[in-house]
Design a protein around this ligand. Structure first.
Ligand code: ZN
Length: 135
């Protein structure tokens, strides 16, 4: 089951600079900054009610964010939906013909298991599915 919009991912050149804007805009401080080495990203999260804004800065030139910023301006990057069972949802969507970027969930920022769907099968939007990690 898809539960709600967990966060919106925003690609930025510089997280500290971007935080100056978003912390004022949302009248809230970032509650977490985290580097995800496997993805080559530095992230910062700011709460917006039930959802969050995730700022993403590349940590190296091979990072998906560095590649994105080569052909796009900073701004909207992906939308993340919280699901109750990421394995079940990936299987369901694959069976429905969705193109998966990740066939199996991987470890993401903010204590989540994540997987991305290809924009080709989601009307041009990069979609992330995420599920809280369970111990
Ligand atoms: Zn995300």
């Amino acid at each position: 089951m898809v539960k709600h919009i967990e966060h919106i991912g925003v690609a930025v050149d510089n997280i500290e600079e971007a935080l100056k804007t978003f912390e004022v805009l949302l009248s809230s401080q970032s509650y977490k900054k985290e580097i995800v080495e496997s993805e080559g990203v530095k992230t910062a999260f700011i709460r917006v009610g039930e959802s969050k804004v995730e700022l993403l800065e590349a940590t190296n030139k091979d990072s998906p964010i560095a590649k994105f910023l080569k052909t796009n301006k900073t701004g909207f990057h992906h939308i993340a939906f919280e699901v109750d069972n990421i394995d079940v949802e990936l299987k369901r969507l694959k069976n429905k013909g969705f193109k998966l970027i990740h066939e199996a969930p991987k470890s993401g920022a903010d204590n989540k298991q994540i997987a991305f769907l290809h924009p080709k099968s989601t009307q041009g939007i990069l979609v992330e599915l995420c599920q809280e990690k369970r111990e």
